[in-house]
Design a protein around this ligand. Sequence first.
Ligand code: GLT
Ligand code: MN
Ligand code: MN
Ligand code: MN
Length: 386
Amino acid sequence: AYEPKPEHKFTFGLWTVGNVGRDPFGNPTRDVISPVEIVHMLAEVGAWGVNFHDNDLVPIDATPAERDQIVRDFKQALDETGLVVPMATTNLFTDPAFKDGAFTSNDPNVRAYALQKTINAIDLGVELGATTYVFWGGREGTETDSSKSPLDSTKRFRDAINFLCEYVQDQGYDLKFALEPKPNEPRSNIYLPTVGEALGFIATLDHPEMVGVNPEVAHEHMSGLNFVHGVAAAWDAGKLFHIDLNDQLYGRYDQDFRFGSVMPKQAFYLVKFLEDVGYDGSRHYDAHAYRSSNYEDVKYFAKGCMRTYLILKEKAAQFNADPEIQELLAEINADDGTFSYLSEVYNKEAVGKLRSTEFDRQALGARNLPYERLDQLTIEILLGAR
Ligand code: GLT
Ligand code: MN
Ligand code: MN
Ligand code: MN
């Protein structure tokens, strides 16, 4: 049981299981392993796909001949293991050239270089089979708002995404974009900090139909937001193009912990949501193992991410099939249809009917909502006591 299968669409970034344990205060604790080794490790633990930044695969200073050799070796590893590449992205944050942003840098040379780097990376991603392209604007932001107008930055960001949408269409690529929000880190303030802001921005683009979001559990939790509500907003807007799964405590730095390891109840609601609505995109893990782990433990980390998802999926099915829970939900949502005319097309007659209805305000306020009982049943499912 809980064995990952291709139909679950579990994916990992090269940068996740390949993370060497560097942090702002400490050096790497694990040796670098090659993309080919990472592909084999992911196949061993049962993942379906692998995603990458251009420079996770091809170093930024590789010669064209080196690039071709690396891509050949990588493709061979994919062939040998059957792993697929559903998503790719650009590293627009590591190189000092991007210290003040990429698409929103104040320097037009940097903005142009960021576009050039991205079209090359899109070509690479598409060559390897990617159909989703992620934009995480990690350096798009400020430490001091004296340096940039947020309006100019929004316009620059929009110009860049519009240009890239046209490029994709011009090339005839089957590729959609997913913007990944994050509130801060590495910048003090990052633009498009939340799912909501990203959704608002997408509506202003020339080709909004090509662009959705890639919400990450940890990034919404950093802001103390309810991740499932953000994901629901994206789903409702038809914009849940991809998802980054991991975990962390509210209000901390970007911890990127193993999925479900910190706040399993929130993870449960998330898995239940994705399964209930029938989300059929990648379940991508953007997480990494503790610095204290060696690569053997990294495999437990990766298996744990997928295993916890599948366990929670089973718990969600149990919740949906539980007669006591379903009875409570039916009671809570009882509706005899008296007011269904309010959800029909607006008309004056409805207003008249509504005006003349007498409500028993005290009875409304006095009604018991058995949410304690319902929540305890949920907890007992989660704790295996039911
Ligand atoms: C980086 C970041 C992630 C993004 C990745 C895509 S890279 O690790 O913290 O949230 O998804 O650029
Ligand atoms: Mn993160
Ligand atoms: Mn991260
Ligand atoms: Mn992410």
